[in-house]
Design a protein around this ligand. Structure first.
Ligand SMILES: *Cc1c(COP(=O)(O)O)cnc(C)c1O
Length: 401
């Protein structure tokens, strides 16, 4: 079939998977099917299975097929936001179930478990999943789900996905991985044993800071049916324009991730040498405590797929665009510096082509106040974009000066 991308490389599938030319018009770009409902020939006799756009939409279907292909999974499901995706997945849980959450989890995910799901009888514990003994100790007989992000936000710890998948399965629990920071270009958790992958497509997949969205990818047909049931029953679905924007962003995921990784590595090296910075967190730095695990996870990524990836191929794929550091002068210096950059925009969110800077303690992670998750007030987080790297480094130099 024209446009069939099965068995092609990652960068090819990013452009073609689920996106064969439109059979009616030949449109090369997937049309935005801005319709709520679909005509039927006779009662129950549809044109192609489409009845109502909460349930099915062709633009959404293209996105769902594309992300499934990129994550190396059987099924994709699209949602109105990353949080809508995570929430819908959690409808697989029942009162009495227990969840193990990685301790350095996205603030909104922590808020969902601590302030929403806890009211419905779903308990959770935070655990440092970089430490196998602490991970083991967090399980209870009722543990149904383990939830992790790697690299984590904002400390950029990396967790060995395969090791946690084995542990979860030995305890008859599912493993869900929020793959927002790495993207399928850098790691594909299903290949490492995860049961679910979730994305905030607002970030690297969309890539241009112009859309909010979420995705789930999985292999199990029964679980796919249950999640699709809740996708329709609960209704947190994306509109067709948003699906189009995410699809358009995904087309350049590979080239963007390579540039994000190259720029972030140089920025992290620059910060490591700077006297106003006491510590840098970036898993791509060879001396970083998480470098070895980052390489192991990256070996599953679309950026190196095909053969057993060489060390050089892993270095070329890179380690993503997120860098955090501690200002030596403490909170006052951190807050002053994030307001002084000219190219790095002071803003929440991440993963777009433009560089962003923020103060996690007062911004993205403020919802963690009072939680056991540690937040250092001198911590600064960067989302390194794909601008000219010399300009980015000059901007950080003047702001730290
Ligand atoms: C942004 C983000 C989310 C939430 O996604 P939204 O699209 O903002 O709802 C979840 N996980 C991670 C790691 C994120 O960065």
């Amino acid at each position: 079939m024209k446009g069939d991308a099965t068995n092609k490389g990652f960068d090819t599938r990013a452009i073609h998977a689920g996106q064969a030319p439109d059979p009616v018009t030949g449109a090369v770009s997937v049309p935005i099917f801005q319709t709520s409902t679909y005509a039927q020939h006779a009662v129950g006799e549809t044109y192609g299975g489409y009845e109502y756009s909460r349930t099915h939409n062709p633009t959404r279907k293209a996105l769902e097929e594309c992300i499934a292909s990129l994550e190396g999974g059987a099924y994709g499901l699209a949602f109105a936001s990353g949080m809508a995706a995570i929430t819908t997945l959690c409808y697989l849980l029942r009162p009495g179930d227990h969840v193990v959450l990685s301790d350095d989890v996205y603030g909104g995910t922590y808020r969902l478990f601590s302030r929403v799901l806890s009211r419905y009888g779903i308990a959770f514990d935070l655990a440092d999943l970089t430490d196998p003994e602490k991970a083991q100790a967090a399980f209870r007989p009722e543990t149904k789900l383990v939830w992790l992000e790697t690299p984590t936000n904002p400390w950029l710890k990396t967790i060995d996905i395969q090791a946690v998948a084995d542990l979860a399965h030995s305890r008859k629990a599912w493993l869900g991985v929020d793959n927002t920071f790495a993207s399928p270009y850098l790691q594909r958790p299903l290949q490492l044993g995860a049961d679910f992958v979730v994305h905030s497509s607002t970030k690297y997949l969309g890539g241009h800071s112009d859309v909010v969205g979420g995705l789930i990818v999985l292999n199990d047909a029964d679980l796919r049916e249950q999640i699709a049931f809740h996708q329709n029953a609960v209704g947190g679905v994306p509109g067709p324009v948003d699906c189009f924007l995410v699809l358009r962003g995904i087309k350049t995921l590979g080239v963007r991730m390579r540039q994000h990784g190259a720029n972030a590595l140089r920025v992290a090296a620059f910060l490591s040498e700077h006297k106003a910075v006491s510590r840098v967190f970036y898993p791509g730095l060879p001396g970083d405590a998480h470098h070895a695990v980052a390489r192991k996870n990256t070996a599953s990524g679309g950026g190196v797929e095909g053969t057993a990836p060489s060390e050089a191929a892993i270095d070329r794929a890179g380690f993503g665009g997120m860098v955090s550091f501690i200002a030596r002068g403490g909170e006052a210096v951190a807050r002053c510096m994030v307001a002084r950059t000219q190219l790095f925009t002071l803003a929440e969110s991440l993963g777009g082509v433009e560089s962003l800077i923020e103060h996690p303690g007062a911004m993205t992670h403020a919802s963690l106040a009072g939680s056991p998750i540690e937040m250092d007030p001198a911590l600064v987080r960067l989302s390194v974009g794909i601008e000219e790297c010399d300009d980015l480094i000059a901007d950080l130099a003047q702001a730290l000066g």
